[in-house]
Design a protein around this ligand. Structure first.
Ligand SMILES: Nc1ncnc2c1ncn2[C@@H]1O[C@H](COP(=O)(O)OP(=O)(O)O)[C@@H](O)[C@H]1O
Ligand code: SF4
Ligand SMILES: [Mg+2]
Length: 341
């Protein structure tokens, strides 16, 4: 598969009165054409800042990409002029956010807003844009699209508004759709419907999707591959199957154990103790060590590298032992024991 988006060694820092916040600290991954990649991790792990870095939407002067590159096809997105980035945003890359109301303008009808998104990038007449808006609303499952196109956003429910946002994002047939917690603000039934819609989009088009979520269950529904982030770093990368069947990082294992089970009558939620470290109090060594039940002395002193298994799975943990060369590792006995309970 051809790479569409290549993020390499990305470091995005914020310059605040309290000091430098290293929100994203050396993140690399690839999204290939037609692929759906999940980025998971608890709140504060750097997922949204990664997305905003890609979209060039970091707060002016405060947030900066200090190292690394973001390539979209053959073009670097880092350092693009606002005008150059506007041509890509919405056209080649579109993004949907957690709270659709903040991205919809309450003063315009949804039809006007979708039409504007279309006319910003494509030279079409107003009438044609309106027709396309109705088609898009129908496509994302809005009933009576002919009538709804003239409604204002506040008349719609949260789930319907998120559908409108998806319709807007799809207006120009983007090559990459970034969805940052698109279902988090919605109730469970609506969440399932939106995921179904994203699944349909994935099946019907060749759009690549970067699905950002704190919820591994969402990942299992729609993603091909998963990147697990912790404290601004990638700690594991694997196929969805590998993540659930043989996670290679204690943090991933903790996330999986935190998914509530419906099979067991009384299920005690096993959650990972402690919190994501705040940037000003980053532990030395492995950033997960204060919360890791397998932490060894070495873990508090040295930070493990993200290392690749023979299968392609990657893990940032000392329990994965180097055997072949610097980039290929297999599971060590200790890791098997640690992760099998
Ligand atoms: N505008 C900002 N100024 C300072 N720090 C920020 C800003 N935005 C995000 N951060 C910090 O960056 C870290 C990662 O945040 P974020 O990417 O939003 O996490 P996630 O999306 O994974 O929940 C957090 O520690 C957060 O406090
Ligand atoms: S390197 Fe050590 S502390 Fe970090 S996840 Fe692995 S075992 Fe736990
Ligand atoms: Mg976020």
């Amino acid at each position: 598969m051809k790479p569409l988006l290549t993020v390499s060694g990305l470091k995005t820092h914020f310059f605040t009165d309290e000091g430098v916040v290293r929100s994203v600290d050396g993140v690399s991954f690839i999204v290939s054409e037609g692929e759906t990649i999940g980025i998971v991790g608890e709140s504060g792990s750097g997922k949204s800042v990664t997305a905003l870095s890609i979209m060039n939407l970091l707060p002016y002067k405060k947030g900066k990409i200090v190292e690394g590159d973001i390539m979209f096809q053959d073009q670097s997105l880092v350092g693009l002029k606002p005008k150059e980035m506007r041509a890509i945003r919405g056209n080649d890359i579109a993004m949907i956010f957690q709270e659709p109301m903040t991205s919809l303008n309450p003063g315009y009808t949804i039809g006007d807003q979708i039409s504007e998104a279309i006319r910003l990038h494509k030279k079409v007449r107003r009438k044609e844009a309106r027709k396309r808006s109705v088609d898009l609303l129908t496509e994302v499952g809005i009933p009576n699209a002919e009538r709804m196109v003239d409604e204002y956003p506040h008349k719609l429910s949260g789930g319907m508004r998120q559908r409108v946002m998806i319709a807007m994002a799809l207006a120009c047939d983007p090559k990459l759709l970034i969805a940052d917690e698109p279902t988090t603000a919605l109730d469970v039934t609506i969440q399932a419907q939106i995921l179904e819609l994203i699944q349909k989009l994935k099946n019907d088009s060749n759009t690549s999707i970067l699905m950002i979520t704190h919820d591994l269950a969402v990942v299992s529904e729609v993603c091909d591959r998963v990147i697990v982030m912790y404290a601004g770093r990638v700690v594991e990368e694997a196929s969805v199957k590998e993540i659930f069947e043989s996670p290679s990082h204690p943090y991933t294992k903790g996330l999986i154990d935190s998914i509530p089970s419906i099979d067991v009558e009384v299920e005690w939620l096993k959650t990972i103790k402690g919190n994501v470290p705040i940037p000003s109090q980053m532990p030395t060594g492995c950033k997960f060590s204060p919360r890791c039940q397998y932490a060894m002395e070495r873990c508090t002193k040295e930070e493990p590298e993200l290392t690749r298994f023979e299968s392609g799975q990657k893990s940032r943990c000392f329990l994965a032992k180097e055997v072949k060369d610097e980039t290929t590792i297999i599971r060590s006995q200790e890791l098997e024991v640690a992760l099998s309970d």
